[in-house]
Design a protein around this ligand. Sequence first.
Ligand SMILES: [Cu+2]
Length: 522
Amino acid sequence: MKTTSRLLLTGLVTTLLTQCGDKELSPNEKMSQATFIKAMESYETAPAAVPAPTGDALANPTKQQDKPVLGTENAVLTDAPNVPPPITRDHPTKVTIKLEVVELVKRMADGVDYTFWTFGGSVPGKFIRIRQNDEVEFHLMNRPDSKMPHNIDLHAVTGPGGGAAASFTAPGHASVFSFKALNPGLYVYHCATAPVGMHVANGMYGLILIEPIGGLPKVDKEFYVFQSEFYTKGPHGEAGLQPFSMEKALTEIPDYVVFNGSVGAMAGDNAVQAAVGEKVRLFVGNGGPNLVSSFHVIGEIFDNVYLEGGAKPAQHQVQTTMIPAGGSAIVEFGLEVPGTYILVDHSIFRAFNKGAVGMIKVSGPENKLVYSGKQDDRIYQMEGSTIQSIAQASTQQAPAANKEERIARGKMLYTSICMACHQPEGQGIPKAFPPVAKSDYLNADPKRAIATVLHGLQGKVTVNGETYESIMPQLGLNDEQVANALTYVYNNWGNNGTEVLPAMVKEVRATVPPPATAPGAH
Ligand SMILES: [Cu+2]
């Protein structure tokens, strides 16, 4: 770019930054000269042919000037967490969308299956991305092996039922209807065939993004995140194929609350990836059927929130945004510090007990000024402290079939419960938490180790020559869980490979009394 035009642009951006409310950038975005130049560059590459919408045009987008409809294309559809590429056209077009309804059995959680009804074979349904004023020809196909008729109500449609009646499709049939995407925004779509609640509860929802004229500002990464809840006959964790429970759906107390259709769909190995310095945009939907989401990313602050999925960023510096059932939000944030950022519904039991946890893993250089990490750690104990009890919901999962499965399940338990104290590689923390890696205490006596995990431990204990005088709480785990966690520990980090079986835990539970200081130990 020539210097003169860059100067002009700098002036323009400065004006925008200081004067124009709608285009106001958040402090994060203003932070450095580099960001500033970047902002200018994105202005340069943004489609410039169409004037930015004015307040009035946004209030009634049908009044907005646009180019004539030109050409045809097939919409690109994606499964979560992916979204189709941004629309680069500077004009509307005729778009064909083909969506297939599939009823199929899939994983809900480890050991738990569910018969999902889906738009496109996955929960949530395919992400659809088109442009304002596009003319859509919508094809809904219902597979011949379906048991139910289905239809689609797109909240982006202006017209009765959002397309529901026009798209009603029996198994083995296909329906077609058309609509014009008058309004920009992020919209939920869902099945609206009776009983509507049941079709939604079984997974029939997804998102359609109508990009505004001129497009959305450029970001580095975009992801599709969809919250919903499931009501099963058995309680959370009960193994096997779980049928839908109408009774629980009516009382609105779900067994599972999840992001992207199943427990862990966006966590652990399924976490999405990004890098320090990148700007991330999440398209977040909530299918309900009943719950309102208090959407939060642990360790981040949203620079911009397009509240309720509307067409413009209406708020900056937001910690938690509410997403109604059948609604959405677009959130954007820059990444300053590496690490794992956890997506939750901050109605927090839903997150850590019912499944509503997702993860963004961010790589890149540390920024100790923004976040130091742990700088000091010393023991802090109140006088007269005693073993405390952390009650855990006992899961009803079928017992592990073999040692391998026991280790895999133990790893999950270790990660969610033990790791906070004993650390990721079992190395412990000097003077506070003894190591479980290469631990002589552990390897010498499995029964003693079982008793430790069953009942907690308090008082002097010597591990690898170091003395610890701390407290391990009583964790309230069942026999299977204790067996799995310890087998995982015994088979890692230089330990002796013991397999702890639930029967051994049962025996210790029956014969080794809890320490006298534990609550309820008389
Ligand atoms: Cu349906």
